[in-house]
Design a protein around this ligand. Structure first.
Ligand code: ADP
Ligand code: MG
Length: 346
C-alpha cells in the first residue's frame, strides 16, 4: 500500500485548512443526506423510516497499534466496524461522522492516508461522511465514528427476540482476526528486539487481512431482504462467539445448544492456529474482531438459509432453564462461558 512520503506539519494548515483538505472530495450519495460537511450540523431526511445510530471510539495503544496497523487500513476499519453495528440491526447504513484527536506527531500526509481508508470504506458501502470534529490530542491518536442507518420500522432486529426452537446461525468464518493479531504481535516483538529482521508474514495474508481490513456483512442483510427473512435476533461478532451468544441468550431469555463441529473456521485460520499451537475453536469462541453476524431464525426459514453458503447453522435455542451449552466434537457438553475479549486490548 503506497503511503505519502513528504511531511507537512498540521500547524502549517490549521484546523480549518485541514478539514477543507480532507473533506474536499466528498460527493453526497444518499437521498437522505440533505446537508453534509460545512454548516453547524448536518441535515438528514429520514422520511418514514426508522433510524439507527451507533458510535465507537478507538484509542491508540488500547484498540490499535500504529506499529503494525497502516493508517489507511485504520481509517477503513474505523468506518467498517461501525457499519457492522448498523447491519446488525438489519438496517442499511447511510451516513457517518468522523471525529479525530491528533497530536503533532501525525503529519497532514499521514491524515490523508487515514482518510483515504475512510473514503474507500464510504465508497464501498455507499455511505456519506457528513461531519465530524477535529481536536488536538496530547498523547496518541483518538478516533470516534458515529454511523447512522435506516430500516423499515417492522424490520428492526434486536438482540432480544430469539425464541425456543429458533436456529442459531452466523455468517462467514470465525477466529481469523485473532490469529492475525497473534502474528502481528509476534513480528512486532521480533522487530523490537532486532530491527534488522524483516517481518515473516508469508502465507498468513488471510488471517492478517481479517484483522487489518475487515468487511461488514452487507451481503447478509441484502440476502434477508431478498429471501423475505427477518431474523428473530441479531448482533455482530466483535468480542468472540461465546460472549455474543450469551448476550443473545440473556437478552432474549433463552438457552442454546452450540455444536463445535458446525462453527465455521477457514482452512487458513486452522493452519495458522496450529502454528501457534492453539485450538482454532478457542480462537472462534474467545478471539475478537471478526465482524461477522450472529443471528437466530425461525425453523421455517431453514431451507432458505441452508441454501446460502455464506451462512452456517451452528445450533438452536432452548428454554432458558437449560442454559447455554456447547457440544464438542468428542460429544461432551460444556457450559459456554464469556471468555470473549476485545483482541486489541492489552
Ligand atoms: P464547529 O466549530 O461548528 O464544530 P468545525 O469547524 O469543527 O465546526 O467543523 C466544520 C465542519 O467540518 C462541520 O461540518 C464538521 O462536521 C466538519 N468536520 C470537522 N472535523 C471533521 C473531520 N475530522 N472529519 C469530517 N468532517 C469534519
Ligand atoms: Mg467542531
Amino acid at each position: 500500500m503506497s503511503e505519502n512520503t513528504s511531511r507537512t506539519e498540521l500547524s502549517a494548515l490549521g484546523e480549518f485548512g485541514l478539514i477543507e483538505r480532507l473533506a474536499s472530495r466528498i460527493q453526497l450519495q444518499q437521498a437522505s443526506s440533505v446537508k453534509g460537511i460545512g454548516d453547524d450540523a448536518a441535515v438528514i431526511d429520514p422520511q418514514d423510516l426508522h433510524q439507527v445510530v451507533t458510535t465507537d471510539m478507538l484509542l491508540e495503544g488500547v484498540h490499535f497499534d500504529l506499529g503494525y496497523v497502516p493508517l489507511k487500513h485504520l481509517g477503513y476499519k474505523a468506518i467498517v466496524v461501525n457499519l457492522s453495528d448498523v447491519y446488525a440491526m438489519n438496517a442499511t447504513p447511510t451516513q457517518v461522522t468522523m471525529s479525530i484527536g491528533v497530536s503533532n506527531r501525525l503529519s497532514v500526509e499521514a491524515l490523508e492516508d487515514f482518510y483515504e481508508g475512510v473514503y474507500a470504506a464510504c465508497d464501498k458501502y455507499g455511505v456519506d461522511l457528513v461531519g465530524g470534529d477535529t481536536a488536538s490530542s496530547q498523547k496518541g491518536f483518538i478516533i470516534s465514528v458515529t454511523a447512522i442507518g435506516e430500516v423499515e420500522a417492522d424490520k428492526v432486529v434486536r438482540r432480544s427476540g430469539a425464541r425456543k426452537g429458533d436456529l442459531l446461525c452466523c455468517s462467514g468464518d470465525l477466529g481469523g482476526a485473532y490469529i492475525g493479531l497473534l502474528f502481528l504481535e509476534r513480528e512486532k516483538r521480533i522487530y523490537m528486539e532486532n530491527p534488522s529482521i524483516q517481518p515473516d508474514l508469508e502465507g498468513e495474508s488471510y488471517v492478517i487481512g481479517r484483522l487489518l481490513k475487515p468487511d461488514a456483512r452487507r451481503d447478509i442483510i441484502e440476502f434477508f431482504e431478498k429471501a423475505g427473512i427477518v431474523p428473530t435476533s441479531m448482533m455482530d461478532i466483535s468480542d468472540g462467539l461465546s460472549s455474543e451468544i450469551l448476550h443473545i441468550c440473556e437478552q432474549s431469555g433463552v438457552g442454546c445448544i452450540l455444536y463445535e463441529e458446525k462453527i465455521p473456521i477457514s482452512e487458513e485460520s486452522r493452519n495458522a492456529a496450529f502454528k501457534f499451537q492453539i485450538d482454532p475453536t478457542a480462537c472462534a469462541l474467545s478471539g475478537g474482531e471478526d465482524y461477522e453476524l450472529l443471528f437466530t431464525i425461525r425453523q421455517e426459514d431453514y431451507d432458505k438459509v441452508q441454501a446460502n453458503s455464506n451462512i452456517s447453522i451452528i445450533g438452536y435455542m432452548t428454554e432458558s432453564e437449560k442454559g447455554a451449552h456447547i457440544i464438542t466434537k468428542g460429544g461432551s457438553t460444556h457450559a459456554i462461558t464469556a471468555q470473549g475479549w476485545n483482541a486489541f486490548k492489552k
